[in-house]
Design a protein around this ligand. Structure first.
Ligand code: KG4
Ligand code: ZN
Length: 339
């Protein structure tokens, strides 16, 4: 079979990433994180664009070098067109367009959410989901349940009406005085805490949609009230608070996932996005899988968080179908999944 070499570029949020794939295998996957946002407790869009500008050339050069590929051997350039922060997307989009034009090779636009889902097809010898499957994408920017009928046929069954689940983790962490991004820290402290120590109201959202802004507010009021009575409340109960918050979030997610599985009759269930690194969520998914006879799929951590390899795998499947775009293509902050 012909070897297809895709250079993929991802710059939708605060990670600048470049990857080289040979067919469905990853040769390199470079990610430059942006520490600049830590002190602000969240991503500052203007600072993100500037950091992408600084990072993109070295990140692409390193990805090519680690892959052992000369740019003249590339078959196509794939890039994230959206959704994401417009200024950030513009950097990757412009770079990809210039590179494809300079090399005289096809250009492939990729939807970031499709990439989170198809990351499961990056070949590392693992079992791949079979169609149709359900994909729950959970990250700092997204919370969706999608029915995946084929590589190119998606139906969004439900999504968040306000905050993404990662924001619920990060904003809780901020309330607790933990640095950004707080999700991994909440996960860590939760492992030593009691998940039923405190209870927080769960939102009653219709169908398969989610809402997390109310949870954040109830956590804020709870913490304010407790620290009025005991200024050391957070320090003394950090593990229990984290475990209880995480437990609430897991219950919200798993309830909808169970409902989606029941309504569609689909038993192949995949999760992706940065929040799927969460230990509690992984355990809960596996437990439900055992209980309901689901086949569950969780990508490797480096393919869960934002990365260019997932853009590359979509690029590869689009390349096979000659789904190319011209130089007139523009970045799109809002881009829906599916057609
Ligand atoms: O996919 P990602 O890298 O970027 C976005 O597209 O947002 O996801 C980042 C999000 C952050 O909100 C971070 O706090 C969360 O994923 N996260 C976690 C864990 N690891 C990363 N949340 C909970 N538990 C974790 N172990
Ligand atoms: Zn993402």
């Amino acid at each position: 079979m012909e070897k297809v070499y895709i250079l993929a570029i991802e710059s939708s949020c605060d990670d600048t990433s470049a990857s080289v794939l040979c067919n469905d295998k990853v040769l390199s996957n470079e990610v430059a994180n942006q520490a600049v946002h830590q002190q602000y407790g969240g991503v500052v869009p203007e600072l993100a664009s500037r950091a992408h500008l600084q990072n993109i050339v070295p990140v692409v050069a390193t990805a090519l070098q680690k892959a052992g590929i000369n740019k003249s051997e590339l078959s196509a350039v794939a890039f994230t067109r959206g959704p994401g922060l417009l200024g950030s997307l513009l950097v990757g989009t412009s770079f990809a367009k210039a590179m494809a034009m300079g090399l005289g090779i096809p250009l492939i636009e990729v939807n970031h959410m499709q990439a989170h889902i198809l990351a499961h097809f990056i070949d590392e010898g693992q079992p791949k989901p079979s169609f149709p499957f359900l994909a729950m994408t959970i990250s700092g920017g997204h919370t969706q349940i999608v029915q995946v009928n084929s590589f190119f046929d998606f139906r969004v069954l439900g999504e968040t009406l306000d905050d993404a689940v990662g924001e619920a983790f990060d904003k809780t962490a901020k309330i607790l005085g933990l640095p950004y991004p707080g999700g991994p820290l909440i996960d860590k402290y939760a492992q030593e805490g009691n998940p039923t120590a405190y209870s927080f109201g769960k939102p009653n959202i219709p169908a398969l949609n989610f809402s997390f802004s109310g949870l954040k507010t109830s956590i804020l009021y709870f913490i304010q009230k407790q620290t009025e009575q005991n200024p050391n409340f957070i320090a003394e109960n950090l593990a229990d608070i984290c475990a209880s918050v995480q437990h609430t979030i897991i219950e919200i997610l798993m309830k909808k996932l169970k409902r989606a599985a029941k309504e569609t009759g689909i038993k192949h269930i995949a999760i992706g996005g940065g929040v799927s690194a969460n230990t509690g969520i992984r355990n809960a998914l596996q437990a439900l899988g055992a209980q309901y006879g689901w086949h569950t799929y969780i990508p490797k951590f480096q393919y869960c968080t934002d990365n260019a390899a997932m853009i590359g795998i979509v690029g590869y499947y689009k390349y096979l179908q000659e789904q190319f775009v011209g130089q007139e293509v523009t970045a799109q902050a809002r881009l829906s999944l599916g057609r």
